[in-house]
Design a binder for this molecule. Structure first.
Ligand code: BMA
Length: 310
């Protein structure tokens, strides 16, 4: 049977050799189309083990060139400096009402929390606020307000329950609340250990299509795969279906071995006018890869063989 995600033959699309400053990895990139060009906002480990966010650009979404300087490095002053001391990671990009919102993990001695920044041109970035306490990772903002409020999927940490996907709302992007848990890992399933939001949700006729990551624990560590879920268009706290099967798992050599083995991890996908989506993922926390899928098929997969969301 044909794979749901067709890997591009030119993978990996970015490696550390493509970066004009010293880094050891290029992975987990947010993705966006800006003025007709494709941009990847990738995470890269510096040689001190801490991460920065760099930018790669492309005319076709397949062949990328990295800019000479990173876009986001740990802040040097103010409240952001205190919480970005250990680095910035896993940036997602959402275009909302003409501006681009970046959500990223801010690491420090106090744990990991989420920073929100905005840009119009991807040359200068304005930090807006730290929009969670520790521990929180994997925040994706929906590309439009729903019922007048901004909406995000997020992933708080807890010891009492497996790591799950939640939804939260905000009137102003700074203050978030009304949180509800929406998807829990399913026992003895490919995503039984953790689930977390991946790419910002994509609007389809059937609902918001969300691509998420799921982790299965093995004797050799976690295996990170990608799956899909569908949220109600008017009420995204209502999950219409979660696909029972993963859409992508580590298979290529650069996904099976690297900085962290057995990982495919997405922070961004770009829907195209022809009904396809370009999906970008980090392989083994080391390189960037891409593939394409048909949106309709991803929606179908959720509806055809759903599993319980909670
Ligand atoms: C998660 C994050 C991701 C990473 C993944 C696999 O907890 O740190 O950035 O890709 O683990 O190592």
């Amino acid at each position: 049977m044909a794979a749901v995600v067709q890997r591009w033959g030119g993978n990996p699309i970015l490696t550390k050799a493509d970066v004009p400053y010293p880094v050891e990895t290029v992975h987990n990139a947010g993705a966006v189309k800006h003025e007709g060009r494709y941009l990847l906002l990738f995470r890269a480990h510096r040689r001190n083990g801490r991460s920065v966010i760099g930018v790669a650009e492309s005319d076709d979404g397949y062949r990328f060139q990295v800019r000479p300087e990173p876009l986001l490095v740990p802040a040097q002053k103010g409240v952001f400096a205190e919480y970005e001391e250990y680095g910035v990671e896993d940036c997602r990009v959402s275009e909302v009402e003409g501006e681009y919102l970046l959500t990223y993990s801010a690491y420090s001695r106090h744990g990991v929390r989420i920073g929100l920044a905005r840009t119009h041109d991807f040359c200068t970035v304005e930090r807006v606020a730290l929009i969670s306490q520790a521990d929180m990772r994997n925040v994706v903002i929906f590309p439009e307000r729903i019922g007048g409020r901004y909406v995000r999927l997020d992933r708080p940490h807890t010891h009492l329950a497996p790591w799950s996907i939640w939804v939260s709302y905000s009137p102003d992007l700074v203050h978030w609340g009304d949180s509800r848990v929406v998807i829990r890992p399913a026992t003895y399933h490919w995503d039984e250990a953790k689930v977390g939001p991946g790419a910002p949700p994509i609007k389809t006729r059937a609902g918001w299509l969300a691509i998420y990551h799921g982790v299965f624990s093995t004797m050799a560590g976690g295996v990170y795969r990608l799956g899909v879920a569908l949220h109600d268009r008017q009420d995204p706290s209502r999950v219409l279906a979660v696909g029972d099967e993963w859409i992508l798992q580590p298979e290529d050599p650069w996904e099976l071995t690297g900085y962290v083995p057995n990982v495919v991890f997405t922070c961004g996908a770009i829907p195209e006018e022809d009904g396809t989506v370009k999906l970008y993922w980090g392989g083994a926390d080391s390189v960037m890869c891409m593939g394409t899928a048909r949106l309709e098929e991803l929606v179908d997969l959720c509806l055809r063989c759903p599993r319980a969301a909670l």
